[in-house]
Design a protein around this ligand. Structure first.
Ligand code: AMP
Ligand code: GLY
Length: 435
């Protein structure tokens, strides 16, 4: 529809926003956007216990319901947080209804929703990434493994809520992962696999905002995927993060812009994809330079919570300009030089079977340098707060050093309690002198 993808000559009025999603990432986005000058209201849908009065009870994949809400509330800009609605074409539906939307369409979301598609794109674009084989039968996968005879990384092609990857230490382990995938371990996501050479090196996340033609880079971040201290235990959605990640300095980040982000955007355009949203590159810093481990089509969670306090008041305009394909009209995004620390408090039993429904006691005092972002929380009819998901909330803090930022985050966590609260004490161990 012409109105939705046209590139206007000026940025229109921006007062009323809708953030789609219900996690910690969306709480942080709504908080950061609500601080921008001129923004009157930020709705969150479906939101969580931290959403406040502008929480709309519309599911993140209910495009019709979201369009209805946007019309009723005269929403100027929609920001879609999670990958599932993006992959399902929710941004396309909203754009077709004439709305300005930050978030790629289903075509661009394939960067995350199909690892085989993303690998092919990287290969075509010359983006550094591990060698791979895309396979769609167990026999084919086992034949590749037998021939290569190395412990390959086994990845479900489709969205698997962060659980679709097995980094095998032995060929036998890789074989077991292949058999499990074809036995239905990831549902349909596992009927196609990508087998990949195993790389090694520290990991860092790079986030770029795209208007389909241009890119703005955000500070780098480092996530902590494992449940337990010492980076042990099962993989999770992320137990904490910090930003910026000193592993990649300004020169390194510029190199990633040229070797990864610009070629990826060009390859998307070459496929006719007008990508307006976040390109999140998960990188491994190998001896041969940065290599892409995965792309995501959205902000990381909890990296987003960590990054938002570092971004300036231009953010809302910048996201609007991306949505409208006119980043050249946006003010420059200012970025704080502070260190930002984020620690996630999860429920007992996370990630397999988190306990839910426990009352949450909050005595935390937030200020300019400390934020509380809700994730798996909800309120009962009387307004009392309960846990309702695996990752319950996150405390984020900033300081002149990572030691100061983490000290402030951890002292904040002492003011939060619920039955079975679980968090890692060693988040940021890479950059702290006391961990
Ligand atoms: P993902 O769920 O795609 O984020 O992958 C989970 C984790 O698997 C990544 O964060 C890496 O630690 C690891 N991983 C993925 N691909 C590779 C690879 N080719 N070599 C080594 N580790 C990998
Ligand atoms: N924290 C990792 C992710 O959002 O994919």
């Amino acid at each position: 529809m012409a109105m939705s993808t046209a590139r206007p000559s000026t940025l229109p009025e921006l007062q009323r926003l809708l953030v789609v999603g219900g996690g910690g990432r969306e709480h942080a986005l709504a908080w950061a956007l609500g601080r921008c000058p001129g923004i009157e209201t930020v709705w969150v849908s479906p939101g969580n216990g931290g959403s406040g009065p502008h929480q709309a009870a519309v599911a993140e994949d209910d495009a019709e319901g979201l369009i209805h809400h946007c019309r009723e509330q005269a929403i100027d800009l929609v920001v879609v947080g999670p990958e599932a609605p993006l992959a399902a074409g929710v941004a396309d539906a909203l754009r077709a209804a004439g709305l300005a939307v930050f978030g790629p369409g289903a075509d661009g979301a394939l960067l995350e929703a199909s690892k085989a598609w993303a690998k092919q794109l990287m290969q075509d674009a010359g983006v550094p990434t591990a060698g791979h084989w895309a396979v769609d039968s167990e026999a084919q996968a086992l034949a590749v493994l037998e021939q290569v005879n190395r412990p390959l990384v086994v990845k479900a092609d489709g969205l698997a809520a962060g659980k679709g990857v097995t980094v095998a230490d032995t060929v036998a382990e890789a074989e077991a992962a292949i058999r499990a995938a074809f036995a239905g371990r990831f549902g349909n996501a596992g009927s196609h696999l990508v087998l990949e050479e195993r790389l090694s090196g520290p990991e860092v996340s790079v986030f770029a905002l795209s208007d389909g033609e241009r890119l703005v880079l955000l500070p780098t971040a480092q996530d902590h995927k494992r449940l337990e201290e010492g980076d042990k235990g099962p993989n999770t959605g992320g137990m904490g993060a910090y930003a910026p990640a000193p592993l990649l300095d300004a020169t390194g980040l510029e190199q990633v812009r040229r070797s990864v982000l610009e070629p990826t955007l060009a390859a998307l355009r070459a496929r006719g994809i007008d990508y307006r949203g976040v390109i999140y590159a998960g990188l491994m810093l190998t001896d041969d330079g940065p290599q892409v481990i995965e792309f995501n089509c959205r902000f990381g969670d909890p990296e987003c919570q960590t990054l938002m306090p570092l971004l300036g008041p231009e953010l809302a305009r910048v996201l609007q300009a991306c949505a409208l394909g006119r980043l050249d009209l946006a003010p420059e995004l200012s970025i704080s030089a502070a260190c930002s620390a984020c620690v996630v408090a999860a429920a007992a039993g996370y990630p397999e079977s988190p306990r839910k429904g426990d009352p949450i006691r909050l005595n935390l005092i937030t200020d300019e340098q400390r934020q509380l972002f809700h994730a798996g929380t909800s309120r009962d009819a009387a307004g009392a707060l309960h846990s309702s998901g695996g990752r319950v909330l996150a405390v984020v803090a900033q300081g002149d050093s990572f030691d100061a930022a983490f000290a402030k985050a951890y002292s904040g966590l002492e003011q939060v309690d619920f039955e079975g609260i679980t968090y890692r004490r060693d988040i940021g161990h890479q950059v702290r002198t006391d961990a």
